[in-house]
Design a protein around this ligand. Structure first.
Ligand SMILES: Nc1nc2c(ncn2[C@@H]2O[C@H](COP(=O)(O)OP(=O)(O)O)[C@@H](O)[C@H]2O)c(=O)[nH]1
Ligand SMILES: [Mg+2]
Length: 181
């Protein structure tokens, strides 16, 4: 219940907070969201690559940034309302790290994201996999140090065991609190 307690700390907020959970397909988004959400809340699968759940004043919208993006326009439509981003990377998928970087760059340059101080939490996931890149290496490959106008944070995670998620959720919760004071 640790993570849920943290999330519950957000619920005193008057307005709804929309969290976007993005990343390539297979990076671990669904696994992470399942760790974060209370067990009794159902996730709505609207269609492949897209799901969302609401819990009190917190909403999570999750989508796969994959392929030519038949759904790209649709997921980008949600950027406007997103107040925090969780960007998940498969640290063991070295081949697609460049694709993840391209998607991140496209996200950061999107007009609805570019000029907003929206906090971004990176989960360098699948740390348990042998040969997975370290979070420092992932951060270098994605050139995170170039992000100057948004608060960001990267955590190494193993979503299967739920390891590392707490640190990220703590950080994000602080960011959201700061935004609102
Ligand atoms: N070894 C390992 N596997 C993971 C981890 N997180 C997710 N997976 C597995 O990776 C696959 C894709 O995960 P999923 O959450 O469906 O990714 P999504 O497409 O981003 O929603 C599944 O088989 C998960 O069990 C992790 O931290 N470590
Ligand atoms: Mg998924």
């Amino acid at each position: 219940m640790g993570l849920f307690d943290k999330l519950a700390g957000w619920l005193g907020l008057k307005k709804e907070v929309n969290v976007l959970c993005l990343g390539l397909d297979n990076s671990g988004k669904t696994t992470i969201i399942n760790q974060l959400k209370p067990a009794n809340v159902n996730m709505t699968n609207i269609f492949i690559g897209f799901s969302l759940f609401y819990f009190c004043s917190l909403s999570f919208t999750v989508f796969d940034m994959s392929g030519q993006g038949r759904y790209r326009n649709l997921w980008e439509h949600y950027y406007k309302e997103g107040q925090a981003i969780i960007f998940v990377i498969d640290s063991a998928d070295k081949l697609r790290m460049v694709v993840a970087k391209e998607e991140l760059d496209t996200l950061l340059n999107h007009p609805d994201v570019k000029h907003r101080r929206i906090p971004i939490l990176f989960f360098a996931n699948k740390m348990d996999v042998r040969d997975a890149l370290s979070s420092v290496k992932v951060s270098q490959l994605l050139c995170l140090e170039n992000i100057k106008d948004k608060p960001w944070h990267i955590c190494a995670t193993d979503a299967l065991k739920g390891e590392g998620l707490q640190e990220g959720v703590d950080w994000l919760q602080d960011q959201i609190k700061t935004m609102r004071t």
